[in-house]
Write a protein that binds this ligand. Structure first.
Ligand code: SF4
Length: 95
């Protein structure tokens, strides 16, 4: 498990989320998934904290918070199906 750092990450008000799924394709990292009818962050390290999903939510229930979380890891997939993981260092996340 990765060392946690203080950084920006999405949070979703699950009480108000209706599970419409509009936020899912807005996240290129695939950090959000509908589970039991609610959008959930499936892995902290998949969220870049930039909030591309926020504007897609018709309910306005996604926000950015700053808290201790696993560092963002950029996962890229190459044509030979090898996975490369790039660790973004502390402070490397854009505001
Ligand atoms: S777009 Fe908003 S309401 Fe729809 S699933 Fe995502 S968080 Fe929930």
């Amino acid at each position: 498990m990765s060392r946690k750092i203080l950084r920006k990450i999405v949070k979703n008000d699950e009480e108000k989320c209706d599970g419409c799924g509009a936020c899912i394709p807005a996240c290129p990292e695939g950090a959000l998934k509908i589970i039991n009818g609610k959008a959930r962050l499936i892995k902290e390290s998949l969220c870049d904290g930039l909030g591309a999903c926020i504007k897609e939510c018709p309910k306005g229930v996604i926000a950015i918070e700053e808290r201790e979380a696993e560092p963002f890891e950029l996962h890229t997939q190459h044509s030979n199906h090898d996975h490369e993981t790039i660790n973004v260092k502390e402070g490397g996340i854009a505001n």
